[in-house]
Design a protein around this ligand. Structure first.
Ligand SMILES: Nc1ncnc2c1ncn2[C@@H]1O[C@H](COP(=O)(O)OP(=O)(O)OP(=O)(O)O)[C@@H](O)[C@H]1O
Ligand SMILES: [Mg+2]
Length: 324
């Protein structure tokens, strides 16, 4: 293209080469800016979504003049509770349940029965449309959310761990806990048993969402965290992930410690949990269709018997395939 300029003697080869080089240098940053633009707009869209979430008004709010709760006893009464997520698709209609102080309640039922919804209402994650839920005679809607939630512990099925050390994750339960309290909690639920195999012990980095740890280790850490908070009411959604027999034994013992001396509501997946429960309720379509202890329910031979055979019996050491 520039050949005729060289032939005419208007310019020389070096100047042409330098010119081309300069042109390239000039356009390079412009091209980078152009490719950066789609990234920027995707980032802005995500940022707007985050702002929307931050700006959204919570459905569940503290009442205008809330009662500040110190320590609850943990006597829970659901009375005529109506609840739906979407208008007129009732999950609970006239639901009644009383859980006595210190009782260990296990909830079982098929998927969609309303188990999570029940504990979500108790944890004040959703507002219900009718009836009341009272604890020690006080309506939970009259309590300040902060003071109520201080009395409530929750161990979710999917353990939430943030990146940091094991110790930091446990301390999250009560940040001002003394080292002594921390160690008591750690030992009570056998976290020390499991971390002794880790090179950095309690200072092990758990990784993003606990990615460096096994399912059993994550569960025990969540137990220690809950125990450190020492709530009067504990809600536990048992994890379904299977762990080895040794870890399972440790988890069962840890659970006994965690559940003792408080009111507990467990969405049960373990055989040991239903065997140790003071009462089991069987939920179906948002209604309690059977309740009682393991023995009494099994003797009735109703829905519980079916669920037991389907989900729990095979966990028993005596169980042999084909026996039922
Ligand atoms: N966030 C939600 N929005 C709308 N409907 C929901 C929501 N969560 C649950 N539901 C509906 O409420 C009913 C009860 O669901 P829930 O999650 O309480 O069942 P579950 O017993 O916990 O089931 P699973 O054993 O699968 O956890 C189901 O019909 C379900 O489709
Ligand atoms: Mg559920």
């Amino acid at each position: 293209m520039c050949g005729h300029l060289i032939v005419q003697g208007t310019t020389d080869t070096v100047t042409i080469l330098l010119f081309i080089l300069y042109i390239q240098r000039f356009f390079h940053p412009i091209m980078i800016l152009a490719t950066f633009f789609p990234q920027l707009s995707a980032g802005m869209a995500a940022f707007e979504r985050i702002l929307d979430i931050l700006d959204s008004e919570p459905n569940v709010k503290s009442p205008p003049s809330p009662s500040e709760i110190e320590v609850l006893e943990g006597d829970i009464v659901f009375e005529d509770v109506n609840f739906c997520y979407r208008e007129n698709e009732w999950v609970f209609k006239g639901f009644n349940l009383r859980i006595a102080k210190g009782e260990k309640l296990a909830i079982i039922g098929h998927t969609g029965a309303g188990k999570s919804s029940l504990v979500n209402l108790l944890a004040r994650f959703y507002e219900f449309q009718g009836g009341s839920i009272k604890i020690d005679g006080i309506d939970i809607r009259d309590m300040s959310l902060d003071s109520y939630r201080r009395n409530l512990g929750m161990v979710q099925q999917e353990v939430f761990l943030f990146s940091g050390t094991i110790e930091e994750n446990i301390r999250y339960g009560r940040r001002d806990a003394s080292d002594e309290d921390l160690w008591k909690a750690i030992q009570a639920v056998y976290v020390d048993e499991l971390v002794k195999y880790l090179r950095d012990g309690l200072q092990t980095q758990v990784g993003e969402r606990g990615g460096n740890l096994s399912a059993g280790q994550k569960q025990l850490i969540s137990f220690a965290r809950a125990l450190l908070t020492d709530p009067k009411i504990l809600i536990l959604d048992e994890a379904t992930s299977s762990v080895d027999a040794y870890t399972e034994a440790i988890i069962q013992e840890a659970l006994e410690v965690l559940l003792s001396e408080r009111t507990s509501i467990t969405i049960a997946h373990r055989l040991s949990t239903i065997l140790n429960a003071d009462r089991i309720i069987v939920l179906e379509n948002g209604q309690i269709i059977e309740e009682g202890t393991h023995e009494s329910l099994l003797a009735r031979g109703g829905k519980y018997g079916q669920l037991y055979k389907q989900y729990y019996e095979h966990q028993s050491l005596d169980w042999k395939p084909g026996t039922t």
